[in-house]
Ligand binder design. Structure first.
Ligand code: AKB
Length: 316
């Protein structure tokens, strides 16, 4: 019998692509999408969909029983920029939803959990280049704090209650199907939309702000590789460093200019600049590469080709 999967936060940037991919692999009937609203109609209409508030333990439990769920992917979260505007809301959603799924697994209502962490677990005192798996972690955003604390709880539930929880520290993710919302790395998606609409972009980060980034296909591939690895291969139960490429706004603009020579970028850094300044420029993910054979496929020019061609055909 095939694994039955529940995705919480399925309408979002990662949740939507994960839902499509998992349905391809496990079959439509085995992958239940859920979110707090019907915000992404294409996703909602693509298979079984449940309205669930990730902060409501009872409805999560009922949904898992109703569909006989084995595995939960918890993708609902408030990201770094929005978290700074609504700190308590970010703390409540990010922590409560994690505790709910960990407790469902502890109670044996489900067998396996995926929970995303982020490069936001790092802070200004972390080594900036080639940031190691284990290092100083003093995050300065509420989002980063929830992810760092969450990682500790994941490891704790694994050690104390034998919960099979797996996690990745995602870098900024670049995708064309669904827009991101409320993150500091969102500029790297918006820039492609604006390039096609107006041939120009006003960037909220400065030109030399280098951040770790990844194309969504690589992120989904890493997620599925980690979730299908044998339990013995998953040696880190807090969260794995994960790395694709690193680039600055200036470099992404130059990559776009190879296809749109007239493209113009201007810079108007706002509060998100401080957040970006506190994060690493590049990540060392050798543990993921060694433990479960992870490797990324997309470099900056590949990503630009994919983004511009897919967004162009979506517009026509
Ligand atoms: C954000 O910018 O907040 C997210 C992240 C790096 O986790 N994309």
């Amino acid at each position: 019998m095939s694994e039955k999967i529940l995705i919480i936060g399925a309408c979002g940037q990662i949740g939507s692509e994960l839902t499509y991919k998992l349905r391809e692999i496990y079959g439509n009937q085995n992958v239940i999408a859920s979110d707090i609203n019907y915000n992404n109609l294409e996703l909602v209409n693509s298979g079984t969909f449940e309205i669930i508030d990730a902060m409501d333990y009872a409805s999560l439990k009922i949904c898992c029983e109703k569909h006989n769920i084995d595995t939960i992917y918890l993708m609902a979260a408030i990201l770094s920029a929005t978290g700074e505007k609504y700190p308590m809301k970010a703390w409540d959603l990010n922590m409560q939803s994690l505790f709910h799924v960990l407790n469902l697994a502890k109670a044996k209502a489900v067998k396996k959990i995926f929970w995303p962490s982020s490069i936001a677990v790092f802070g200004p005192t972390t080594p900036k280049q080639d940031t190691p798996q284990r290092t100083v972690m003093e995050p300065t955003t509420v989002y980063g704090i929830t992810k760092q604390v969450g990682e500790r709880w994941c490891e704790y539930y694994h050690e104390k209650y034998d919960v099979d929880v797996r996690s990745l520290r995602y870098p900024g993710l670049i995708s064309w199907k669904t827009l991101p919302g409320g993150g500091t790395t969102d500029y790297a998606v918006e820039i492609y939309h604006e390039a096609l609409k107006t041939n120009s972009y006003e960037c909220f980060l400065s030109e030399d702000t280098e951040l770790p980034m990844m194309y969504m296909d690589d992120a989904i591939d890493a997620t599925i590789k980690l979730m299908t690895a044998n339990p013995e291969q998953v040696k880190i139960r807090s969260s794995y460093n994960l790395s694709g490429i690193s680039f600055t706004p200036k470099q992404i603009a130059n990559s776009i200019r190879k296809q749109l020579p007239e493209f113009k970028i201007t810079y108007k850094p706002d509060f998100r600049q401080n957040i970006a300044n506190s994060w690493p420029s590049s990540i060392n993910d050798s543990n993921a590469r060694e433990d479960w054979n992870w490797k990324h496929n997309f470099d900056l020019d590949n990503i630009t080709n994919q983004m511009l061609s897919n967004l162009k055909s979506k517009r026509t």
